[in-house]
Design a protein around this ligand. Structure first.
Ligand code: PEP
Length: 255
């Protein structure tokens, strides 16, 4: 299927950056720069910035997402936020399985599946992150590992629900390190993930799903990465915090 028929999505992942006032200032800078984007534009922001982001982006082409959600609707989970809560606020997207959640906060393939399930049930679109550590790449197990992460995360997800899933391939060794995967490496794994989707569902589902690359994507390397046939945009960390850089990546994905 022609890549142009798929939706490219550029999503910023702000991580634990920007207070509400800083978030407003950054969004005011971003808005005019991306208003004519030819791809979907999303900002995933800290929970405390969600209200500000929703208000600041009202009536614009920028979608708002959270960076995580709990799998229960409510209950005794001090410090957690449910997908239902996010949905009621007007949030449209949520990230699950980011490598920083897996590495520092004990997220596993099973909890990623539970979070993804809860987010779909609440009506959100989910950006599911998968990716290998450097040691795993060096051992030659990237394809199997990423396939397993994808299959477990999507356990129980119907073909209809898959329309609200975006997969972000993020090699852990490339996140926040300045070491970007080569365009060929990024495309190779995104294509492998697409094959996994074809096996789990069918070719139509595989052709239609948005698969992003993430890991030190920036204004300079975005053109080559997003031009790859199986790379449908990106999940952007550091560069999403600078309006001109984020806008340049959006522009690259709009071609
Ligand atoms: C991320 O946090 O998802 C990410 C890709 O970060 P960075 O762009 O900073 O590597």
């Amino acid at each position: 299927m022609n890549k142009q028929l798929r939706k490219a999505v550029i999503a910023g992942n702000w991580k634990m950056n920007k207070t509400p006032s800083e978030a407003k200032a950054l969004l005011e800078e971003i808005k005019p720069l991306v208003k004519d984007a030819g791809c979907d534009v999303v900002v995933c922001v800290p929970y405390v910035d969600l209200c500000t982001a929703l208000e600041a982006t009202k009536g614009t082409n920028i979608g708002v997402g959270a960076e995580n959600c709990h799998w229960a609707e409510s209950g005794a989970f001090t410090g957690e936020i449910s997908a239902v809560m996010l949905k009621e606020m007007g949030v449209q997207y949520v990230i699950t399985g980011h490598s920083e959640r897996r590495t520092y906060f004990g997220d596993t393939d099973v909890t990623v599946q539970k979070r993804t399930r809860a987010a779909l049930d609440a009506g959100l679109t989910v950006i599911v992150c998968v990716g290998e550590y450097l040691e795993q790449r060096e051992q030659g197990v990237t394809a199997e590992l990423v396939a397993m992460q994808t299959k477990i995360a999507l356990g129980g997800v119907s073909k209809e629900e898959l329309k609200r899933i975006i997969i972000a391939y993020e090699p852990v060794w490339a996140i926040g390190t300045g070491k970007t995967a080569t365009a060929e490496q990024a495309n190779e794994v995104c294509a492998q993930i697409r094959k996994v989707i074809a096996g789990l569902y069918d070719q139509e589902a595989a052709d239609g799903i948005t698969i992003q690359y993430g890991g030190s994507m920036n204004a300079k390397n975005a053109d080559e990465l997003v031009a790859q046939p199986d790379v449908d945009g990106g999940l952007i960390g550091g560069a999403a915090l600078k309006a001109p850089d984020f806008a340049a990546i959006v522009k690259a994905a709009s071609k």
